[in-house]
Design a protein around this ligand. Sequence first.
Ligand SMILES: NC(=O)c1ccc[n+]([C@@H]2O[C@H](COP(=O)([O-])OP(=O)(O)OC[C@H]3O[C@@H](n4cnc5c(N)ncnc54)[C@H](OP(=O)(O)O)[C@@H]3O)[C@@H](O)[C@H]2O)c1
Length: 243
Amino acid sequence: MAAFTGQKIIVVGGSSGIGLGVARAALENGADVVIVGRSPDKLRAAEQSLDAGLQVRSVVADMTEEADLARLFQNAGAFDHLVSTAGTPPPGDPIERTDMAMVRRFVDNKLIGAVMLAKHAAATLRRDGSMIFTSGINKDRPPIPGGAVVSAIAGSFGFFARALALELAPRRVNIVSPGWVDTPMWDEIVGEAKSGFFAGMAGRLPAGRIATPADVAPAYLYLMQSAFTTGETIHIDGGHCLI
Ligand SMILES: NC(=O)c1ccc[n+]([C@@H]2O[C@H](COP(=O)([O-])OP(=O)(O)OC[C@H]3O[C@@H](n4cnc5c(N)ncnc54)[C@H](OP(=O)(O)O)[C@@H]3O)[C@@H](O)[C@H]2O)c1
């Protein structure tokens, strides 16, 4: 029997990039997976690419909308693991030129959205289940200039998980912190310059290349399975923290 047979896993952000990779790995290991995102088109394309029949279901929900999350978790019923990879490109302007409206949208989506997810997921998450949120290398190696906001928000997730792990015990709460992963988010941030950015970074990384979603998905699966790991952050960045 596969490791996750009979388990229900909800992946918010599962229609693209890292979340889609987690959904694929969980399905391959026998889980029933619910992928969640705002765009019905992205969800449809993701379901098609996953090609997993009734094992996968998609739900349109915006994690900044409390009513969407209440409906999502009411309809999902009891479940085993919540993964959130949801996020939008971070603000990147030098601090003197900070666009405060963009900062508020980013914080609302990434951080307040995570708080709201935890609030609505807690009631129906099984006692031996877990929540996994996503931070990132920007907290350790902030882009300069313009990295202060993303660094602060990504950095806050480690403390969020430690406090929630105590409050929600015995349910577990952990964080995955990826390095650079080749996903559609990069196309949005740097567009055609992506291959140049990636070649430069790959040359500096101990791993010698940029990750794919399949490279980082095992960190999420490990945290779901490891019954003795809670309040922890796993860095999976090809050695990016070292350079
Ligand atoms: N890629 C990297 O190199 C990297 C490195 C470190 C950390 N990270 C972090 O990892 C996370 C995932 O990144 P990615 O590269 O996989 O991005 P991506 O390919 O753009 O995927 C983001 C996913 O989040 C969903 N989403 C965004 N806002 C949402 C909301 N309010 N409610 C529900 N779903 C929402 C998107 O779907 P909709 O747009 O349809 O809602 C999409 O499914 C981000 O938070 C990012 O900061 C990424």
